[in-house]
Design a protein around this ligand. Structure first.
Ligand SMILES: [Zn+2]
Length: 355
C-alpha cells in the first residue's frame, strides 16, 4: 500500500507533463497581401513621401525611414527581424535572389489561401466569393487524425477565409468577419473583446479589424489549448487597396507586435512551450511602386509571396538568398510535415515542404 502510494507520487509529475500529448502544436499566421518589398526592405521611400497617400510625411519619415534596408525592415517589423530571422528561416527576398510565388494565375486572395491549404491549384477557383472549397485541405486532414481531432481552430478577419477550409463540413470551429468567438471557454476577456467589436462601426463590410482576430485567437489559445490554430489577418490588404500607405505601414508594425504577443504567450504556457512551430505566409503580393495598392492577374509582380517559420522542428537557416522559386502550394506540405500527417492533395501531386 505504502509502496504503491510512493510509486504514484513519483509518477504524478510525468502524468501531468504528458497532459495534452507530446505531438507538435502549430500556430499558422497569414497576412493578407503584405508585399515582400516591405518585409525585406521596410518602408519604400517613393511611397512614404507621396503626400496624396499619407497624412503626415514628416511623421512617417521619422517613424519608419532609416538609412539601410536592414534598419528599415527591423524598424517596421522588429519581431520578425530580431527573433524569427535569428531563430528560424525567412524565404522570399527577391533583392537577394530568394523567390517564392503563388502557382495560381489570379493573384487574388481566395485562390491564394486555397492553394496554401489544399496544396494544389484548381484553375476554376477564380473569385473571392464566400463559397465552400471543393477540395480537401490539410487542416481537415489534421482534424481527422486522432492526435489533433477536435483541436483545430481558425480565426480570420475576412469572411471568405473560413470557406477556404469549408470549416463546417470539415468540423473545424472558425470565426470570421464579425462572428462570435468559437472558444469552448467563453472567458471575460473574450466577452469584452466581443462587446467592443459589436460597438464599433463596420468600416469594412465583410471584414473586421485584425485587433479582434488577434484578441479572439490569443484568448482561445490560452483558454482552450487547441493544438492547431490558423490566424488570418486582413487589415494590411484593405489599407493598401485604399492607398493609405501610412495606415498600411502602421498595420504592418501592429501585426508584427500581435505575432510577438502570440509567440510570447504560447512560450509562457507549458502546453505550448518548446512544442510549437510557427508558420507565416501571405496569399499574394502586390504591384511595384505606383502599383503597390493593386494585385491580380493584370498587376505585374503580384504573384510574389514570402514565407517565414520558427519554433519546434524549424531549422535555424536565417534569411534565404539565391533559392527558389518556391510556391505557396508547398505550404500545405509544410503543415503536414510539422504535424506528421500523410497528406496527399486532391490533385494527387505530393509537393515538398518549404523546409
Ligand atoms: Zn486584396
Amino acid at each position: 500500500m505504502k509502496r504503491s502510494l510512493i510509486a504514484l507520487l513519483l509518477l504524478f509529475p510525468l502524468l501531468v507533463s504528458a497532459k495534452g500529448g507530446k505531438e507538435p502544436r502549430l500556430v499558422i499566421i497569414t497576412i493578407d497581401g503584405l508585399r515582400w518589398q516591405e518585409v525585406f526592405a521596410g518602408a519604400e521611400e517613393v511611397l512614404m513621401t507621396n503626400a496624396k497617400q499619407v497624412r503626415d510625411t514628416t511623421l512617417l519619415r521619422n517613424t519608419y525611414w532609416r538609412a539601410t534596408p536592414e534598419e528599415r525592415r527591423a524598424t517596421l517589423m522588429p519581431f520578425v527581424w530580431n527573433t524569427i530571422a535569428k531563430q528560424g528561416l525567412v524565404i522570399g527576398n527577391r533583392n537577394k535572389g530568394s523567390k517564392m510565388q503563388v502557382a495560381n494565375k489570379t493573384n487574388i486572395s481566395y485562390p491564394g489561401y486555397s492553394e496554401m491549404m489544399t496544396g494544389m491549384v484548381d484553375e476554376t477557383i477564380r473569385s473571392n466569393d464566400p463559397v465552400n472549397n471543393p477540395h480537401r485541405n490539410v487542416l481537415e486532414a489534421a482534424n481527422e487524425d486522432k492526435r489533433y481531432h477536435g483541436s483545430v481552430v481558425m480565426y480570420g478577419s475576412w469572411q471568405s477565409t473560413r470557406y477556404v477550409i469549408h470549416n463546417e463540413q470539415a468540423g473545424i470551429p472558425a470565426s470570421v468577419s464579425y462572428e462570435a468567438p468559437v472558444a469552448k471557454k467563453q472567458t471575460p476577456r473574450l466577452k469584452l473583446a466581443e462587446r467592443m467589436l459589436a460597438g464599433m462601426p463596420r468600416y469594412w463590410r465583410s471584414e473586421h479589424f485584425d485587433a479582434f482576430t488577434y484578441a479572439y485567437a490569443l484568448e482561445t489559445l490560452m483558454a482552450d489549448h487547441p493544438k492547431v490554430m490558423w490566424i488570418s489577418f486582413g487589415d494590411i490588404d484593405e489599407w493598401a487597396h485604399s492607398r493609405k500607405y501610412d495606415f498600411y505601414l502602421d498595420a504592418i508594425q501592429g501585426t508584427d507586435a500581435f505575432i510577438r504577443d502570440i509567440y510570447e504567450a504560447c512560450e509562457n504556457d507549458p502546453f505550448y512551450r518548446g512544442k510549437t512551430a510557427y508558420l507565416i505566409t501571405c496569399d499574394h503580393g502586390r504591384g511595384f511602386v505606383e502599383g503597390w495598392g493593386d494585385h491580380g492577374s493584370s498587376t505585374k509582380g503580384s504573384e510574389a509571396t514570402w514565407f517565414m517559420a520558427w519554433g519546434k522542428g524549424v531549422p535555424s537557416l536565417g534569411e534565404a538568398s539565391n533559392n527558389g522559386p518556391f510556391y505557396t502550394k508547398q505550404f500545405a506540405a509544410t503543415i503536414a510535415k510539422v504535424l506528421g500527417l500523410d497528406f496527399t492533395p486532391d490533385s494527387g501531386e505530393k509537393l515538398s515542404p518549404l523546409f
